[in-house]
Design a protein around this ligand. Structure first.
Ligand SMILES: NC(=O)C1=CN([C@@H]2O[C@H](COP(=O)(O)OP(=O)(O)OC[C@H]3O[C@@H](n4cnc5c(N)ncnc54)[C@H](OP(=O)(O)O)[C@@H]3O)[C@@H](O)[C@H]2O)C=CC1
Ligand SMILES: CC(=O)C(=O)O
Ligand SMILES: [Mg+2]
Length: 424
């Protein structure tokens, strides 16, 4: 695809196929399976009454037994209020369901974690929080999805405090982890360091603010980061900032996206479609990194970016371009590790462990089954078109989950030992 027109044709064609995929042969993308035989009178008396009463008694005596006798330990809720669905915005609870089913498919396909997608009608954070707290006993973990800032911060914090199972806002931390891994790798290839890189983050919502926080924890310099929202650069002189934005405000005279892009080493777009112009790209520093991560339409089309610069490393959030920076590389494997050591939360140590594991995998030879999943892909090697592993890489489940599990144990939030079947 070399021009915007062919990009649009490609998307129109894909959209048609996507509708058919979702509709046929049966609506939706995920179902429920029975995991024990229930084919005889005897099995029915075990699965249901009278036998089922015995595990009930055991769980009543000790709630920990829920992990032994029910699917709780391998069941995650993908929960949203439909307020920031991909880059489509506030489409509401019902319309968000295909995305939440999609996340559930990814949990199952990549990490064998069972999921219920739950779309909640809740206008106020408190109503949402109460809903999640009430249904939490069912689950081993809570994956919050597509909840807009600033409510997402309040919601996640309250749930972490009130629940003893991992609560993880995927658009914040899942995205931040993949951005951090991809950016560290891309900067290294471009001969730059995170500490010195000047970074523009377009979008100061869930993904943008979490990405900045994690990059700062990993060594980025506060003075080198400019965050931008619909009003322009987030600077300390602005009177309209909520506390979350104020926490990342820059002391700068720059005011617009174009101002911020001038001389920048890296651009991270977590905002909306087509917001970056050719002039802005041209004004960036030599050998820039451009992550246009808005879904489904990126902040700048890869073809346009390449036309303007031949020295950039480019990534999008989509599956149909090289370098997919997308939280699919994180949440299935992070929850796998967290559930397997019964972690009470997913803390920053566990997040940084995931970043390091992703970075390391990218530098190693890619298994043939990964290449087979991508049409026309004959080889992959750490370089400008391969800065982050592919979602189909079987090593993600082994290595990212193990790194997260280890970090949970070392940071004291695990309630079960390192699993015997994990790598030593
Ligand atoms: N690739 C990936 O893995 C992921 C990608 N994303 C993408 O990131 C985007 C944001 O998601 P999320 O953070 O959850 O959403 P939020 O609603 O929490 O935040 C959106 C942010 O983008 C800003 N924004 C939106 N439109 C513009 C614009 N035209 N100009 C400047 N700023 C703009 C908003 O500004 P304001 O505060 O002024 O309203 C806000 O700060 C989506 O497109 C989503 O698809 C998100 C998660 C993962
Ligand atoms: C990928 C994702 O979670 C998003 O775009 O919201
Ligand atoms: Mg999302």
């Amino acid at each position: 695809m070399t021009d915007p027109e062919s990009f649009a044709h490609h998307d129109a064609d894909l959209n048609k196929q996507a509708l058919a995929y979702h509709a046929e042969p049966r609506p939706g993308k995920i179902g429920i399976e029975v995991t024990k035989s229930a084919s005889t009178q005897h099995e029915l008396s075990l699965a249901y009454t009278p036998g089922v009463a015995e595990p009930v008694r055991h769980i009543h005596d000790d709630p920990e037994n829920a992990y032994r006798y029910t699917n709780k330990g391998n069941l995650v809720a993908v929960i949203t209020d439909g307020s920031a669905v991909l880059g489509l915005g506030k489409v509401g609870a019902q319309a968000s369901k295909p995305v939440m089913e999609g996340k559930s498919v990814l949990f199952k396909r990549f990490a064998d974690i069972d999921c219920f997608d739950i779309e909640v009608e809740a206008r106020h954070p408190q109503a949402f929080i109460e809903t999640v707290v009430r249904i939490a006993p069912t689950f081993g973990g809570i994956n919050l999805e597509d909840i807009a800032a600033p409510h997402c911060f309040e919601i996640e914090q309250a749930l972490i405090e009130q629940l003893d199972i991992p609560v993880f806002h995927d658009d914040q931390h899942g995205t931040a982890i993949i951005i951090a891994a991809g950016l560290l790798n891309a900067l290294e290839l471009q001969g730059k360091s995170l500490a010195e890189a000047r970074i523009v983050v377009l979008g100061a919502g869930a993904a943008g603010i979490a990405a900045i926080r994690l990059l700062l924890a990993l060594g980025a310099h506060r003075d080198n980061i400019f965050a931008i929202d619909r009003q322009g650069v987030i600077h300390v002189g602005r009177q309209d900032l909520n506390p979350y934005k104020f926490g990342i405000a820059a002391d700068t005279e720059r005011r617009t996206l174009a101002d911020a892009m001038d001389g920048a080493d890296a651009f991270i777009g977590v905002s909306g479609p087509d917001l970056v112009t050719a002039d802005m790209l041209a004004s960036m520093a030599p050998r820039p990194v451009v992550f246009a991560l808005s879904n489904p339409v990126p902040e700048v089309r890869p073809a346009l970016a390449r036309e303007v610069r031949d020295d950039l490393i480019m990534a999008t959030g989509r599956s149909d371009y090289p370098n997919q920076i997308n939280n699919v590389l994180g949440f299935p494997f992070i929850f796998r590790g967290a559930l397997d050591v019964r972690a009470s939360r997913i803390n920053e140590n566990m997040q940084i462990a995931a970043v390091e594991a992703l970075r390391a995998i990218t530098r190693e030879p890619v298994p043939a089954e990964v290449l087979a999943a991508y049409e026309g892909l004959e080889s992959l090697e750490f370089g400008p078109d391969y800065i982050i592993p592919k979602p189909f890489d079987p090593r993600l489940r082994e290595r990212v989950s193990a790194a997260v599990a280890r970090a949970a144990i070392e940071s004291g939030v695990a309630r079960a030992p390192y699993p015997a079947h994990y790598p030593g």
